[in-house]
Write a protein that binds this ligand. Structure first.
Ligand SMILES: NC(=O)c1ccc[n+]([C@@H]2O[C@H](COP(=O)([O-])OP(=O)(O)OC[C@H]3O[C@@H](n4cnc5c(N)ncnc54)[C@H](O)[C@@H]3O)[C@@H](O)[C@H]2O)c1
Length: 248
């Protein structure tokens, strides 16, 4: 049990990478709050987790809303007094050129992907400090490391990459680590929007050395490492999970 006794909050935990993280954390002994704007509980559990679902709490959370964050954090703190792990996973994607991107679309992208984690970290700080040994994991992207066709998405993920390093350097003395994870195309709804079927040959098979989508579980395994005490000297780092895409 690599997360025994830990209290975790995972945003966007209803599907995709977030759902895989929620399942992985619960299977490693954490009590997990999944906060998602979508309220239907689409997170399907494997048989071995079905009898442990009391360790997973589903709450509605809109990461763009200060009040929504405050509500979920208050609930967790009332029950446990701390937060050990915050995974800022909730995100949106929209593949369009800068010419086709409106000001409103730019603002929305930054609001979910960048302001969301900012609010979460800001409002959870006291609860993270109360842990004494906390880990924040921010879901950026390979689009946060190099130029992206979708300018607003790349901007949102690049900003999150550097926000991670600011938090890491400022709060190390408070026992808070903060790292970013940078997936390439992953086999989720978002991943298939980013790489539609007619572009598989060019953008997946040719461009990615491993020539396939990654799985949500493969990303969740990396997040588990960063969330656990096994990564106790790792902070401010950026971990790429992309089948080699950024090697070339
Ligand atoms: N899938 C990929 O190929 C890929 C690649 C690089 C980075 N990422 C990043 O990984 C993260 C997860 O991606 P995914 O593929 O699982 O996406 P997904 O679209 O499958 O799931 C995203 C989840 O976030 C939730 N969400 C969206 N807006 C929200 C809001 N305002 N408040 C709370 N929850 C909200 C959705 O309801 C959904 O459950 C995202 O931050 C994404 O940018 C994904």
């Amino acid at each position: 049990m690599r997360l025994k006794g830990k209290v975790a909050l995972v945003t966007g935990g209803n599907k995709g990478i977030g759902a895989a993280v929620v399942r992985r954390f619960a299977s490693e002994g954490a009590r997990v709050w999944s906060g998602d704007i979508v309220t239907d509980k689409t997170n399907n559990f494997s048989d071995d987790l079905a009898d442990k679902t009391e360790t997973i709490v589903h709450e509605t959370l809109d990461v763009t809303s200060h009040d929504s964050w405050q509500l979920i954090i208050n609930k967790i703190v009332q029950e446990t007094g701390k937060i050990d792990i915050l995974v800022n996973n909730a995100g949106i994607y929209d593949r369009r050129s800068i010419e086709a991107t409106t000001e409103e679309q730019f603002d929305k992208m930054l609001s979910v992907n960048t302001k969301g984690p900012f609010l979460g970290i800001k409002l959870a700080l006291e609860a993270l400090k109360a842990s004494g040994n906390a880990s924040i994991v921010n879901l950026s992207s390979t689009a946060g490391l190099r130029g992206s066709f979708a300018v607003h998405y790349g901007a949102s993920k690049g900003a999150l990459r550097l926000m991670t390093k600011s938090i890491a350097s400022t709060y190390a003395k408070d026992g808070i680590r903060c790292n970013s994870v940078h997936p390439g195309p992953i086999d989720t709804e978002m991943g298939h929007t980013a790489v539609p079927p007619d572009q598989l040959e060019e953008r997946l098979y040719q461009r990615i050395p491993m020539g396939r989508f990654g799985t949500a579980e493969e990303v969740a395994n990396v997040i588990l490492f960063l969330a656990s005490d096994e990564s106790s000297f790792v902070t401010g780092s950026e971990v790429v999970v992309d089948g080699g895409a950024t090697c070339k």
